[in-house]
Design a protein around this ligand. Structure first.
Ligand code: CP
Length: 339
């Protein structure tokens, strides 16, 4: 197994593409350490006490926004959620002006999701706050790829040497792009399959990294250790990419019989939200091989690691034993210690 030695000293987390394998390994190691905190009775440590994290989401989100908020709170940071529908964006304020105004309140990190590819990069270039990309258009979703990698490592013990199949709407998927960057950098071999209209030409450039492009779901899944299903992103489709949802489900929906071609102990993943009966059958989504909810659990640990390394004062190695549970202010006032 490859050994990577490198700390994470970047100011921003904008994508996986620019990261070195050692930086990815360090983020995953840090997340693994933080995973233990969420199993404690008191799920809170003072690592980011006094720090402020702003969640600026211009697109809907259940998993990412909630887990960034939970991650910030478990590290004792103050988490502020800006709801775009009630913010001044609805009055015509630009992304840049919104970010400048939020920066004027001295946050330690801004987590941003936007429908425009490159929006987090724009904020990172123009401002002073550390920026974390929580998904930009069809470009990248770095923390999703990290939580997927953490889940794979947890269940397979490694990433290097694994065969991963990514099935579905690759064209519109920031999850697929970030995962292909991460998995190939970490030594996995990746095959993608989707309708011809949904596997973009740009992916040919990945072929030299070992990426296989298949037309049929069965060919991508052959001997796969990991089967990743992508969501059909109806909100990003301005034209028809396949005749009907029924047709898509027949040719590209993952069903139990497909898994007979995969490795015996293959795991099934999906970033969520799932379209049951379209890209994945319920029998698979809820079956024994499915790690969909484990991915969500690991999302909190990954986002704790990212916030700690980006918004923390010290960028030294994390030592979770240093973190005593935080004392509850009310209990402290009464002279009682919590934890
Ligand atoms: N996987 C993912 O990004 O989910 P949300 O859109 O709910 O954040």
């Amino acid at each position: 197994m490859a050994a990577f030695f490198m700390n994470f000293t970047r100011k921003h987390l904008l994508g996986i593409r620019e990261l070195e394998p050692g930086e990815i390994a360090h983020l995953l190691d840090t997340a693994e350490t933080f995973r233990e905190i969420s199993k404690r009775d008191i799920k809170k440590v003072p690592a980011l006490r006094g720090r402020t994290v702003i969640n600026l989401f211009f697109e809907p989100s259940t998993r990412t926004r909630t887990s960034f908020e939970i991650a910030a709170k478990r590290l004792s940071a103050d988490a502020v959620n800006v709801s775009v529908s009630t913010s001044s964006v609805s009055k015509g304020e630009t992304l840049s002006d919104t970010a400048r105004n939020l920066e004027a309140m001295s946050p330690d990190c801004i987590v941003v999701r936007h429908s425009m590819a490159g929006a987090p990069q724009q904020l990172a270039r123009m401002g002073t706050s550390p920026i974390v990309n929580a998904g930009d258009g069809s470009h990248e979703h770095p923390t999703q790829a990290l939580l997927d990698a953490l889940t794979i490592r947890e269940h397979k013990g490694r990433i290097e040497g694994l065969k991963v199949a990514i099935i579905g709407d690759v064209l519109h998927s920031r999850v697929a792009r970030s995962n292909i960057h991460l998995l190939t950098k970490m030594g996995a071999t990746v095959a993608v399959a989707g309708p011809g209209t949904m596997v973009p030409d740009e992916f040919e450039s990945f072929v030299e990294t070992g990426l296989r492009i298949e037309k049929r779901i069965d060919d991508a899944i052959e001997d796969a250790d990991v089967v990743m299903v992508l969501r059909i992103q109806r909100e990003r489709q301005d034209s028809a990419f396949f005749p009907s949802m029924r047709e898509y489900a027949i040719h590209y929906g993952l069903r139990r019989q497909h898994l007979e071609r995969a490795a015996k102990d293959a795991i099934v993943m999906h970033p969520g939200p799932i379209n049951r009966g379209i890209e994945i059958a319920s029998e698979v989504a809820d079956g024994n091989s499915s790690l969909i909810l484990d991915q969500v659990t690991n999302g909190v640990a990954v986002r704790m690691a990212v916030l700690y390394l980006i918004a923390g004062v010290s960028r030294a190695e994390v030592d979770v034993d240093r973190f005593e549970p935080v004392e509850d202010a009310g209990e402290k006032a009464q002279g009682k210690k919590v934890g």
